[in-house]
Design a protein around this ligand. Structure first.
Ligand SMILES: O=C(O)CCC(=O)C(=O)O
Length: 342
């Protein structure tokens, strides 16, 4: 079923996405939509230390390089950071990826996932804003599933860079019809750590192993090669970045290699990232990929994603239909009373 697609994508935007593997679209989200995401991010940040999924990668990176201390992650259990520390320290290629400058106690590189599972405001933006139509248009997809959201916040004076990486091997999927929508919740530029993308890298024909964001060291269970040392050879790559403000979005293809600097500015750099999958994507319990927070809806390798954990956000059954008000969070095992999975 074809449906009228987004007017937010011009022919030039579609051509840029096809050619470069990344495109910046201006004024796509409304102020209230941005505000919903900011509120969800504040709630996630209040839970740092007690939530199972929230991390401060700035503090973790310091603990990784400090051989005298074990890593301290509070209640977070998505990554085995002690194992990651040992791995990073035994990797001859690894080195801290920090902005130049004084050591700062003010830095924070906050990471969390899957706010959509408990936050109706995130669901509203992920399911019912202009984004699903835009993603379907860029991918040429007839059907689109929402995969997950991820939060990336860099406080003022955060030195930690985001190591260059490619997203596919982090996800339990195979297929190429997948986009990542990076949604700035503050104005962002090169000084505050806006995303950087290697133009055309989605066409390199190579899948790279995931890394731990704070180092080039890749997850050992991944069969894929390590991403090249881009930080060490920046001039050798065609790197593009965009100066953005809230309402704008940057959309990259799942194979596009990308990273970010630290935040050298006095301003926060809050962002949320949404991942949408199209027709050719299949569930695949990929070695080395991150286990989905909240489960995989009983899917087996080769299954289409259609299931309660990966809501169909495109096409809409009729014009004006809104999924978020009728989506029942209890269906995905989320206990609204106790705010955790049942
Ligand atoms: O915001 C960041 O620093 C990283 C974001 C990212 O890698 C992504 O959205 O895929």
């Amino acid at each position: 079923m074809k449906q009228d697609r987004s007017e937010a994508v011009s022919a030039e935007d579609a051509a840029a996405f096809e050619r470069d593997g990344v495109v910046c679209l201006r004024n796509v989200l409304k102020p209230d939509e941005v505000e919903h995401l900011r509120l969800a991010v504040s709630k996630q940040m209040e839970q740092l230390g007690v939530s199972a999924t929230g991390y401060d990668f700035e503090a973790l990176a310091q603990q990784v390089w400090d051989t005298s201390e074990p890593v301290e992650v509070g209640a977070a259990n998505r990554f085995d950071m002690q194992a990651m520390k040992e791995l990073v320290l035994s990797d001859p290629d690894s080195r801290p990826l920090l902005e130049e400058g004084e050591a700062s106690k003010k830095g924070l590189f906050f990471y969390d996932v899957a706010a959509w599972r408990w936050d109706p405001g995130v669901r509203q933006v992920a399911f019912d804003s202009a984004l699903p139509g835009i993603a379907a248009e860029l991918l040429g997809a007839n059907n689109l599933n929402f995969w997950e959201d991820t939060t990336f916040v860099k406080a003022p004076h955060t030195r930690q860079k985001t190591a260059f990486h490619q997203d596919l091997a982090y996800f339990q999927i195979e297929g190429e019809q997948c986009v990542i929508v990076w949604i700035p919740l503050d104005a962002a530029n090169d000084g505050s750590g806006v995303m950087q993308y290697i133009r055309g890298s989605h066409r390199w024909g190579e899948t790279f192993a995931p890394n731990a964001f704070v180092s080039r060291t890749s997850f050992p269970s991944s069969p894929h090669p390590k991403c090249p040392d881009i930080e060490g050879n920046l001039a050798a790559y065609d790197i593009v970045s965009f100066q953005v403000k809230p309402g704008d979005v940057i959309i990259h293809h799942v194979m596009t290699v990308h990273g970010a600097g630290g935040n050298r500015s006095d301003l926060w750099r809050r962002a949320m990232s949404f991942r949408y999958c199209g027709d050719d994507v299949r569930y695949f319990d990929r070695p080395g990929a991150l286990k989905q927070a909240g489960g995989a809806a009983g899917l087996r390798d080769g299954d289409r994603l259609f299931s309660k954990d990966y809501p169909v956000v495109w096409p809409k059954p009729w014009p004006g239909f809104r999924l978020s008000p009728v989506y029942d969070a209890r269906q995905i095992g989320w206990d609204l009373e106790r705010a955790r999975y049942t």
